[in-house]
Design a protein around this ligand. Sequence first.
Ligand SMILES: Cc1cc2nc3c(=O)[nH]c(=O)nc-3n(C[C@H](O)[C@H](O)[C@H](O)COP(=O)(O)OP(=O)(O)OC[C@H]3O[C@@H](n4cnc5c(N)ncnc54)[C@H](O)[C@@H]3O)c2cc1C
Ligand SMILES: *[C@@H]1O[C@H](CO)[C@@H](O)[C@H](O)[C@H]1NC(C)=O
Ligand SMILES: *[C@@H]1O[C@H](CO)[C@@H](O)[C@H](O)[C@H]1NC(C)=O
Ligand SMILES: *[C@@H]1O[C@H](CO)[C@@H](O)[C@H](O)[C@H]1NC(C)=O
Ligand SMILES: *[C@@H]1O[C@H](CO)[C@@H](O)[C@H](O)[C@H]1NC(C)=O
Ligand SMILES: *[C@@H]1O[C@H](CO)[C@@H](O)[C@H](O)[C@H]1NC(C)=O
Length: 471
Amino acid sequence: MLPLSIPCFLFLIHALLAGQSIATLFPPSNETTLIAALHACTELKSVLGSSIVQSFGAEYQAAASNAWNLQNAEYQPTCIVFPAMKGWNSVQAGVLIMFSHMQKASYDPEKDTIELEPGIRWRDAVVALEPYSVAPVGGRVGDVGTGFLLGGGLSWLSPSKGYAADNFKELDIVLVNGDMVTVTATNQHSDLLRALKGGGNRFGIVTRYELYPAHTGTKDTKPFFGGSMIFNSSDALLRATAKYVREVDDPKAVLLVTVVLIVQDKEITPFYGAFMFYNGTELPANIFGDFLSIPAISSKLGPASYLDVTATLGLENERGYVQHFGASALVGEEDLFLDAFEHLKNFTMAFKDQFNVTSLAFTPIPDSQIQAGHAKGRNIINAPRGGFSAVQIMQTLKSGVRDITSDLQRGIDLLFEQIPPSPGLPLFLNECDLYQNVYQSYGDYNLLKEIYAKYDPTRFNVQHTQGPIGL
Ligand SMILES: Cc1cc2nc3c(=O)[nH]c(=O)nc-3n(C[C@H](O)[C@H](O)[C@H](O)COP(=O)(O)OP(=O)(O)OC[C@H]3O[C@@H](n4cnc5c(N)ncnc54)[C@H](O)[C@@H]3O)c2cc1C
Ligand SMILES: *[C@@H]1O[C@H](CO)[C@@H](O)[C@H](O)[C@H]1NC(C)=O
Ligand SMILES: *[C@@H]1O[C@H](CO)[C@@H](O)[C@H](O)[C@H]1NC(C)=O
Ligand SMILES: *[C@@H]1O[C@H](CO)[C@@H](O)[C@H](O)[C@H]1NC(C)=O
Ligand SMILES: *[C@@H]1O[C@H](CO)[C@@H](O)[C@H](O)[C@H]1NC(C)=O
Ligand SMILES: *[C@@H]1O[C@H](CO)[C@@H](O)[C@H](O)[C@H]1NC(C)=O
């Protein structure tokens, strides 16, 4: 019931995709937008009451200042709506909707589906569902929320289950015009379901996700083998990664490789890691042999439950820095991977005064993942057949550095040009920069535009909310 009155103010919602990761200056806020926001908040309060619509107080403060990305934490929403049948991302002069009162996760064994409310984070979802031996195809870091799903979602389970969004069975969504509809693969909104599998925040506000689960066992069953290896040289690691991307197509195997440069007192310390798992009792040599044969500084490999898998990356408490993300995508050619890292090194040296950390992260997307998506009714990303790697380009600014200077922005622009996506590959929305036209890189870009025109004919969302460009 409550969500019905919220969408009237959808235009005020800062719905910036890949929210925590985008570092921009404050969006323009002026007297006009502030007055509109005050009006909206007053009206919302009169309809919903002041415990659901808050402009001050402890819960308001906690929600407004707890963003992952420091730049989002500095926004000051005019009010925050805590819908409840009772994030992080934020807004300057506007309304922020926090789903923190909507965090349920449940499993229906009859239907074999998982239901999630949009306020839950992946750690809590995985813990809540583990007793039922199932897990959602969710984030690789526990702190991330369900906005992950709308961007496609790359999970530890993706090589066998597809992009996270491929596992949508049924969604409830409040459309831009305020209608609340249920979308499935077979009802009159099947086109919308397709668009939401990678379409981000442009189509409305999802209030319920019903998902196909992965059967991962309980915490006592350890169907996986793997963990992390840390190296002190990048060359062999990058070569092994490119070869893996080119050759491996096994739904039981999953890999994440990251090359990180940590800047401390102008000294640059590298950190090279491979995180890999196999659904089985070992890491097969014909798949992971190249990684296993690189001399490692540390190697933590062993049998793992899915809970163990989701704890591998840690990264739970890194909030409080300004982070900037960007996306590329590469086919598995050694030179492309080696060059990308050379460019990152040069970029990091050039701007080392401003960084705490820079990195590249490579997530292989094997053909099995693309096929799994086809089998479940296709997504809107529509990646070409054959494997490739999503590439995340990340910088964390030094503490105290809040803004990206124009010099640094030029450096970032150059870096993106120097690591261009291989022709025909889709960029990954969850890792992109505000200015990257991710939709345009999708195989079904034209279809996405058509579906958007149908569901938001007045173009309300693109005119009044921040989010991916290109519609
Ligand atoms: C530490 C870290 C690790 C990450 N790891 C991964 C990873 O392994 N795989 C991956 O794919 N991505 C990963 N990401 C990226 C992440 O998926 C995106 O940043 C995603 O947008 C986060 O969603 P959220 O719900 O946490 O954030 P929010 O800021 O709450 O939401 C992000 C965007 O989605 C919109 N949105 C959220 N909920 C709804 C809803 N119910 N209806 C409509 N729009 C909504 C918001 O308005 C906003 O535009 C990671 C990010 C970080 C910071
Ligand atoms: C205020 O900001 C809005 C949104 O950015 C913009 O459309 C409008 O023109 C601005 N108004 C003034 C008076 O600057
Ligand atoms: C692991 O593989 C087995 C088949 O060997 C399969 O039944 C199971 O569903 C797989 N687990 C996951 C989480 O994919
Ligand atoms: C890199 O690691 C190997 C294996 O642990 C070690 O022998 C070598 O000395 C290390 N090199 C450097 C430069 O730290
Ligand atoms: C850099 O970030 C790490 C955490 O990622 C933190 O421990 C360290 O203090 C930071 N250093 C600076 C100079 O900000
Ligand atoms: C190194 O980075 C700087 C700063 O962005 C840039 O001006 C220069 O062209 C880069 N050099 C190479 C070889 O990429």
